[in-house]
Design a protein around this ligand. Structure first.
Ligand code: SAH
Length: 394
């Protein structure tokens, strides 16, 4: 068995059960890609069993902090069973559910979403890549789903030295799927869509927009980074007068249009712009347009803390433009899905964007990822999705 010996003082993070060991913490030792290694403190004390990643800055991802734990097929089956059991207890009313959420479920690098009886998995690190067959077999057995599609086409695989892989891993079938979320029908495609096909993490926030629309009666809604129009459907279902959806993906907008029709909503109350959000917001400001509610749900600007500064500027600029476009009493639903931007920093960014725009705002609510995307206390990076509902004072 291979041993990774840490530098003096570098044992603290694992002792606090943070599951990552960075390259700079390693004094000596190595292994093959995904191989199980024993991580020890400088003094030789056992810290964790983990998967070795020779190419990544995250050199080891911990499987277990229990010295007696064997890392074998049974370990993966048991850990998956716990993750799946949690979801069934949560009783989420949707046929699209995240079953496995990486580090937070004790399986670093593994994402599994269930769409009806189809599973979609992302293997984003060497450890889960090495155990792929055992994981796939256990998933099929534990869920009773006949098929599993692999969407290992994330950019993080490059950092691990792994190629992109997509396709059926077990079984086969249709890749088009109709999601039922809060009673809304949302078409998606697990092979063509972003991530595993849909942004399941924003489920609760879409419901929040629906509820605020019902209460406050937004006439004009702007949905920026709309993807397939989940927030647009929510706003129109809540009684919004008109929703403008902006995204730079043509196929996503086509699906958004189709999703409106699927829900019997009136296309005359919707417009779609295949455009860059930054440019569109500036254009709207120049044209003197205004909106009663604006959703800002941009892609990840800061995957890690190293990108935080540049990302902060980009978030601030977006939010500043959005504040300018809000009517007095209008509401901004603003999000960041960057692991590198913490809750407090995001709050500061939005506050200073408001100041710059000369807007006084009140935070009505904080939002976050849905409960099938849990966070572990020991892994702050897991709290990647954060949102604020801010009302512009009249
Ligand atoms: N709100 C969506 C998820 C948004 S994901 C939901 O609830 O499902 C981010 C989206 O931003 C993606 O669809 C991507 O195509 C789009 N995007 C990324 N950069 C963009 C840009 N500069 N202008 C417009 N859209 C952009």
């Amino acid at each position: 068995m291979k041993i990774i010996r840490l530098k003096p003082g570098k044992e603290r993070s694992l002792q606090r059960r943070h599951p990552w060991v960075f390259d700079g913490a390693v004094a000596r030792g190595g292994g093959d890609a995904g191989e199980t290694v024993r991580v020890e403190s400088h003094e030789g004390q056992f810290l964790a069993w983990g998967a070795f990643s020779p190419a990544s800055r995250i050199r080891v991802r911990a499987w277990s902090f229990d010295e007696a734990q064997r890392i074998d097929a049974a370990f993966f089956r048991d850990t998956l069973a716990r993750a799946i059991a949690l979801r069934s207890r949560l009783g989420i009313e949707s046929n699209g559910i995240r079953l496995v959420h990486g580090e937070s479920d004790g399986l670093p690098g593994l994402i599994v979403d269930r769409y009806g009886d189809t599973l979609v998995a992302q293997f984003t690190a060497c450890g889960v890549e090495r155990w792929k067959d055992a994981i796939a077999d256990a998933l099929i057995e534990l869920t009773g789903c006949p098929r599993l599609y692999e969407r290992s086409d994330t950019s993080s695989r490059k950092l691990e030295g792994l190629p992109e892989v997509t396709g059926w891993l077990r079984g086969s079938g249709e890749t088009a799927f109709e999601l039922l979320e809060h009673g809304w029908r949302l078409g998606l495609d697990i092979a063509q869509g972003h991530k595993t096909g849909y942004y399941l993490d924003q489920r609760d926030s879409r419901l929040a927009l629906y509820q605020y629309t019902k209460r406050l009666g937004f006439a004009q809604v702007l949905n920026c980074f709309s993807y397939t129009g989940g927030f647009s459907v929510a706003a129109l279902a809540g009684g919004a007068g008109h929703v403008t959806s902006i995204d730079s993906s043509g196929p996503a907008l086509e699906q958004a249009r189709a999703n409106l029709l699927l829900n019997g909503l009136d296309p005359a109350q919707a417009s779609f712009m295949d455009a860059d959000v930054n440019a569109s917001l500036r254009q709207f400001v120049a044209e003197g347009r205004s909106f009663d509610a604006i959703v800002l749900d941009p892609p990840k600007f800061a995957p890690t803390a190293a990108h935080a500064e540049r990302a902060a500027r980009a978030y601030k600029d977006l939010n500043r433009q959005a504040f300018k476009l809000l009517t007095p009493g209008g509401v901004l639903f603003t999000f960041s899905c960057s692991g590198g931007i913490g809750v407090e920093l995001f709050h500061k960014i939005v506050a200073s964007a408001g100041l710059d725009a000369g807007v006084d705002g009140a935070i009505l609510q904080r939002l976050g990822g849905a409960c099938d995307h849990p966070m572990t206390i020991n892994f702050p990076e897991g709290e990647y999705l954060k949102g604020l509902v801010v009302m512009k004072k009249a």
